[in-house]
Design a protein around this ligand. Structure first.
Ligand code: HAM
Length: 420
């Protein structure tokens, strides 16, 4: 029996797993520099949390949740997204009781039973942030800027940012009346009508050509913004300009989750075809209350690590040297092996990454695997080296070899590799 991973999951193994980890760290760095704190969250939660929080009109809740009964007959769901779990944690542990905004990040696997295709997986990886407790439009711009900085950190250039505002309750109520009137005169099947009943905005997201073209004449929310929502959205745009972040306003943007209000945004990559959304997010005023918390507002994003990697590969910007080892020691004989273990231990303690070619290999076979693993330097420790007290440090990229005394090996390597 040859087992295979379940259909549609993303899986990373060397050498590509190095690129994956590099992409994830590129996305995380600007988040950590902006004072967001780690939330390490469970990958499953009570099903009701998601049905309430994500929303009953969404595909995510209706078709895509991995839901099962646990041994205690509780309904459990693998997290399809991070926001409601993060807010559940904030509420449960009173993390919103200190100074506000409270700012958190998380990273990990998410699960949606979607039809798998390039860039769309049933288990995928996302990095997300949530800032809870302020409706200052400047934080909207900062949240967008942090995502943008992550993508730029990778070296991505061929993407654009779309923004819109879904307004406050008053704006949405006014728009809903006209949108429902508009939808009523369309000829739609029962299921679509029911969906529109729960959230008429969903029809802007319909993939069928006839619905898409009918919706072109539909009233858009942006034209119904209350004075307050309009002022907020204008302020966000002002700050984005201050930050030199280009954007287009897309009044027909619909996010796949029901909790959004006010500012919403999506980063779209130009080379990824159908699954081009590399990140997105927005405000969710009302969500905290909906799931049992206080009446605090919030904003956040989720960035797709899998898709950001595909985008980096499409643009040819993956840093191939990321996470490659610094040194491989090839020991010949028992005495050399002991010395190799000592040297490796000492070097690792000063942050040099070292591998040893274990298994009593020949120089040739050791060199071959060192070459394959992509280390920067190789050193062979044989009888001759132990006797003379000196060895050749070979730089793999140039083939150049320099003689180093074994007693000064550690400081020499530290200087060579770290420049310290
Ligand atoms: P989302 O747009 O549903 O937002 O997901 C975030 C990102 O995850 C997407 O932009 C996309 O890159 C990636 N993604 C989603 N589904 C898949 C999939 N099946 N396969 C591969 N990648 C995928 C959220 O989840 C919100 N929680 C973001 C947020 C946080 N909004 C406010 N705070």
């Amino acid at each position: 029996m040859r087992y295979q991973a379940p259909k549609g999951v993303s899986e990373y193994y060397p050498p590509r797993s190095r690129s994956f980890e590099w992409v994830r760290q590129c996305l995380l760095a600007p988040i950590q520099r902006a004072g967001y704190q780690l939330l390490e969250l469970p990958v499953f939660e009570d099903t009701e949390l998601f049905t309430r929080g994500v929303g009953a009109s969404t595909d995510v809740v209706n078709k895509e949740m991995y839901t099962f009964e646990d041994r205690g007959s509780r309904s459990i769901t693998l997290r399809p997204e991070g926001t409601v779990g993060a807010l559940r944690s904030v509420i449960e542990h009173g993390l919103d009781k200190g100074s506000l905004p409270a700012k958190f990040y998380y990273s990990g696997a998410f699960f949606r039973a979607e039809r798998p295709q390039a860039g769309r997986y049933r288990q995928f990886y996302s990095v997300g942030i949530e800032a809870v407790g302020t409706d200052d439009p400047a934080i909207d711009a900062e949240v967008i800027a942090i995502a943008d900085a992550g993508f730029r950190n990778i070296g991505l250039k061929q993407f654009h940012l779309e923004i819109t505002s879904l307004g406050d309750r008053e704006s949405r109520a006014a728009h809903r009346i006209d949108l429902k009137k508009f939808i009523a005169q369309l000829s739609l099947d029962e299921a679509t009508r029911n969906r529109a009943e729960i959230n008429p905005l969903r029809l802007f997201d319909d993939k069928r050509e006839e619905v898409r073209s009918a919706m072109k004449a539909a009233p858009v929310l942006l034209d119904y913004l209350s004075h307050e929502s309009k002022t907020h959205f204008e302020a966000v745009q002002k700050y984005l300009k201050v930050l030199n972040i280009d954007y287009v306003v897309n009044p027909r943007m619909v996010r796949g989750l029901d909790y959004y209000t006010g500012t919403t945004f999506e980063f779209v990559h130009d080379l990824l075809g159908a699954q081009s959304g590399i990140g997105g997010g927005g405000r969710y005023d009302g969500l905290m209350e909906e799931i049992g918390g206080s009446a605090l507002t919030g904003i956040g994003f989720g960035l797709g690590v899998d898709r950001a990697l595909l985008a980096a590969e499409a643009e040819g910007v993956v840093d191939q040297s990321a996470f490659l080892g610094d040194l491989c020691i090839i020991p010949l004989g028992d005495e050399a092996k002991s010395l190799a273990l000592q040297i490796a231990h000492e070097l690792r303690s000063v942050s040099v990454s070292v591998e040893i070619a274990f298994g009593d290999r020949s120089v040739k076979s050791g060199m071959k695997s060192a070459d394959k693993s992509g280390v920067k330097y190789v050193i062979v420790l044989g009888e001759e080296e132990l006797q003379s007290g000196a060895a050749e440090l070979k730089e793999m990229s140039t083939g150049e070899a320099t003689s180093v005394t074994l007693s000064s090996l550690v400081p020499t390597l530290v200087t060579t590799l770290t420049g310290k």
